[in-house]
Design a protein around this ligand. Structure first.
Ligand code: ZN
Length: 468
């Protein structure tokens, strides 16, 4: 629903004329002790009445998943470029990045064979895995909860399937930290297991949810190690397999995967901006990644981040704000499958003529925004913390240390201060990299508040810069 209000008209008195004059001398912000508060209210009102972020997210997710190098990812690049052109952004263009193509294949199956019969588990290949032979890998299973445990077992895993079953710690309030502590199993588990002669790896999905949905993600094969297939099973499946192993340690599992690597293709980062009217070469970047995993439609990860950025620029532009420095939206390609988009952006020859003061990444979903995370040194952080009051009208807690991400990380080489939108993270891993990550899991109002937070922050940084 779009609510349009007609502005009240009145004859300016001498007092209002003086106030207007003062506001012009105050740098076009506003009078009073709290600069930018009126502008924040204006951005918030526009955002909440128009919900533009959700409209664009609907278009992106309607393309399906956007796995790096897939035809849908290419379509998403065209779509976002068109959206930027429709918004009349400046300097809309694509910058190339070479990306790896990996396809899941049709066959993904795990069967547990026991004395009393056969039980299937839901499963998905981990991104980058090699396939199994057509008949699959059939072997005994050995369950481990840590890399140390695996190393202690050593040659005992030879010829077996290693089952990594360490859960994400549900007691950690910072779910991203719990994820970080459990992700080694998915990323490096296959290589570690292979170094002791294992034939395949099965990994408990990285989620705090107990359900039957497997979650994918990236893995890496260590150089010189035999590549073995690797797949994730759901948390329910992992508990079930674990209980079966207690009853029958000799049970066999058959794993079939038909995924494949298909070389590389050229894809693109999508870029558009509002060019600064006083210091155009100084840039405040806001962005997310346009690629997703091939489970679900990447609505939260990271369609939300892309539309946060695009909607932030729309709000600024359509509120008639004219930033001193350039505010640039970048939809990065290939965050999930290697991070080439972020690296190529930072190293592109155009960057030599630009100065990225700050880069804000939104890659933590479209949930209720709580914090703006700010990196950089302590002095910069303390200086920027004075703007914390601007997040109060959005019901956010404020500004804290943190921020950054895979896409903007390489800009740190240029001295850019890395920042990030930090929404509530309690349910993010319910859907991360899984079939649950779809538009229906995104709340339009929460998504829009994230976009407003980005708009406010980009505008203030563009007006004030980061140095005193
Ligand atoms: Zn992401």
């Amino acid at each position: 629903m779009k609510i349009i209000r007609t502005p009240r008209r009145y004859a300016p008195s001498l007092l209002t004329a003086l106030l207007l004059l003062f506001s012009t001398f105050a740098g076009g912000t506003e009078t009073g002790k709290k600069p930018y508060l009126d502008i924040t209210q204006k951005l918030l009102k526009k955002g909440l009445t128009e919900e533009g972020a959700f409209v664009i997210l609907k278009k992106i997710t309607s393309l399906g998943h956007r796995l790096t190098a897939s035809p849908q990812a290419a379509a998403a690049v065209e779509l976002m470029k068109q959206e930027m052109e429709d918004l009349n952004l400046d300097n809309v263009h694509l910058e190339p990045t070479r990306v790896q193509r990996w396809v899941r294949g049709k066959e993904e199956a795990v069967l547990i064979s026991r004395m009393f019969g056969i039980s299937p588990l839901t499963v998905c290949a981990i991104g980058g895995s090699v396939p199994t032979l057509e008949k699959g890998v059939t072997a005994r299973v050995i369950e481990v909860f840590s890399m140390d445990e695996l190393r202690k077992l050593g040659d005992q895993v030879n010829g077996k399937i290693v089952f990594f079953n360490r859960p994400m710690d549900p007691t950690m309030m910072e779910t991203f930290r719990a994820y970080g502590r459990a992700a080694d199993q998915r990323v490096n588990g296959a290589s570690e297991a292979s170094s002791f002669g294992a034939r395949a790896a099965l990994v408990r999905s990285l989620t705090t949810r107990f359900d039957d949905v497997p979650h994918t993600g990236l893995m890496q094969y260590a150089p010189g190690i035999k590549k073995i297939p690797a797949a994730c099973i759901s948390t329910m499946g992992a508990e079930y397999l674990s209980s079966c192993l207690k009853e029958d340690p000799d049970l066999r599992v058959n794993l079939k995967l038909s995924c494949a690597s298909r070389g590389s293709v050229i894809s693109y980062n999508v870029i558009g901006q509002i060019t600064g009217c006083e210091k155009p070469e100084e840039i405040i970047l806001v962005g997310g990644h346009l690629d997703s995993w091939d489970k679900g439609t990447g609505a939260h990860d990271d369609g939300a981040g892309c539309v946060h950025a695009l909607e932030a620029l729309r709000l600024i532009k359509e509120c008639g704000l004219n930033p001193k420095r350039t505010i640039r939206a970048v939809m990065f390609m290939d965050e999930e499958f290697g991070g080439t988009g972020g690296r190529d952006y930072a190293r592109a020859p155009q960057r030599e003529h630009e100065r990225h003061l700050a880069a804000i990444e939104s890659d933590r979903g479209g949930f209720l925004p709580l914090w703006m995370g700010v990196g950089g040194d302590e002095n910069t952080f303390e200086r920027l913390k004075k703007w914390e009051y601007l997040f109060k009208p959005l019901n956010m807690i404020g500004i804290r240390r943190g921020g950054g991400g895979v896409d903007i990380g390489p800009l740190a080489e240029h001295g850019t201060v890395l920042m990030g939108l930090i929404p509530d993270c309690q349910s993010y891993f319910d859907l991360h990299h899984s079939d649950n990550d779809v538009l229906a899991a995104v709340h339009p109002r929460e998504l829009e508040l994230g976009a407003v937070a980005c708009a406010v922050w980009c505008y203030v940084l563009a007006q004030e810069g980061l140095t005193p």
